[in-house]
Design a protein around this ligand. Structure first.
Ligand code: GLN
Length: 297
């Protein structure tokens, strides 16, 4: 009898319920989904498949691995770091310590960029590529594009290298380790670009204590903080972008949902003859600053 009960409790479905309940007491957002995704990752299956094999017993080794995973998540480590990858635009990107987890909002930037009637072989620059999600997705969707990606952080750069390799894009994307703002000789550029994409750090330093623990305690500050007010670094990037883009070039820059009006005003002051727009995300919040030449008058 005792043996039966013991066996019963290691059924996949019971372990899952237990983990989910525990997450709930720890106030983990999406506690059931996270418990499922972590278990699916341990078992190497899809989330939905958990319910097809719900009375399968977990081996000791599987239990140990699951336990480690749920302990990490209980400390609010981002799910994607624990699992080791995340989905962006339907493609898999490896992530972990030192790199920003690609966000769903950023998919809109890629979608808009792909819809701009870019000529064949157009040149594209992705500033602050992080995991390489934007650059790789553009390349996978439009193999003719000539893409350059630049990243300042050596840790994040390593993740970009991994993702370029996994998507067989090492020879397609010109990946460059360096500071876009400080590279006086623009070594990443042979000629001005047709299209520039950027998801710069845009969170205000003062906002940091109020962010979710997953972001605040785990994701790299260099990828998040844009300065005291949050918009300092994006504005510097904007000024420098003007030196790196063709006169009729287009730019999409992700912005904070509270930065639409101010970024629009600044961009209009800087580029008087350009077409400038703020694009909203699916939740109807300001999300992208779009500028289409004329950049240089
Ligand atoms: N370009 C990457 C992304 O959009 C990283 C951006 C960043 O580190 N701020 O997810």
């Amino acid at each position: 009898m005792a043996k039966n009960t013991q066996q019963q409790s290691w059924r996949l479905i019971d372990v899952l319920s237990w983990a989910s309940e525990w997450f709930k007491t720890k106030k983990i957002p999406h506690h059931r989904r996270d418990a499922e995704q972590l278990l699916a990752s341990v078992l190497g299956c899809k989330r939905i498949e958990l319910y097809m094999y719900y009375d399968r017993l977990l081996s000791i080794e599987e239990r140990e691995r699951y336990k480690k995973f749920i302990n990490r998540r209980a400390k609010r480590e981002p799910l994607a770091y624990i699992i080791g990858d995340t989905d962006f635009y339907g493609y898999e990107f490896k992530v972990g310590d030192g790199v920003l987890v690609p966000r769903a909002e950023t998919e809109i930037l890629v979608e808009k960029a792909l819809n701009t009637n870019l000529q064949k072989n157009a040149s594209v620059l992705d500033i602050g590529t992080g995991s390489g999600n934007i650059a790789c997705t553009m390349a996978l969707e439009r193999i003719d594009l000539k893409i350059t990606a630049i990243e300042i952080s050596p840790e994040a750069y390593k993740w970009a290298e991994i993702n370029l390799k996994n998507h067989n894009l090492t020879d397609k994307i010109n990946l460059y380790l360096g500071d876009f703002l400080d590279d006086k000789h623009e070594q990443f550029m042979t000629e001005p670009f047709d299209l520039i994409l950027a998801n710069p750090p845009y969170i205000a330093q003062t906002e940091m204590p109020h962010l979710e623990a997953e972001v605040r305690d785990y994701e790299p500050k260099t990828a998040l903080i844009g300065g005291r007010n949050g918009d300092e670094l994006p504005i510097l990037q904007l000024k420098k972008i003007a030196n790196c883009i063709k006169n009729d070039g287009q730019m999409f820059m992700e912005i904070g949902s509270d930065q639409g009006a101010s970024m629009l005003k600044i961009a209009k002051q800087l580029f008087k003859n350009a077409h400038i727009e703020i694009i909203r995300d699916l939740t109807n919040r300001d999300r992208i600053l779009y500028i289409a030449g004329r950049w240089h008058g």
